[in-house]
Design a protein around this ligand. Structure first.
Ligand SMILES: [Cu+2]
Length: 98
């Protein structure tokens, strides 16, 4: 009886660990100066795609900003900003609007 209880507890713990791992991605927002058109967006997205820890990039031309989802264990805001810079734009971290 006790063994069964332990096994179930272990199983639940393992399941929770998997869930935590899946939700460990982080979302940061950046304002980006100097974007004019779709090519600018493509350039930024393409630079960011070189960083494999970046999982999702959502660039808004109208709001001059980008929302970037990444694995915080492998990259950070600073590296995202250098991708923006390498693409030829000036970015800074801003608070994400909900
Ligand atoms: Cu452009």
């Amino acid at each position: 009886m006790k063994m069964k209880y332990l096994a179930i507890t272990l199983l639940i713990t393992l399941m929770n660990m998997t869930l935590v791992e899946a939700s460990e991605l982080r979302k940061s927002c950046f304002s980006i100066e100097g974007m004019h058109c779709g090519n600018c967006i493509d350039k930024i997205k393409s630079k960011m795609s070189e960083n494999t820890a970046i999982k999702d990039v959502d660039v808004s031309l109208r709001d001059s900003m980008a929302q970037v989802t990444f694995d915080p264990e492998k990259t950070d805001d600073t590296q995202v900003l250098s991708a923006v810079k390498n693409a030829g734009y000036k970015g800074k971290v801003i608070k994400c609007a909900k």
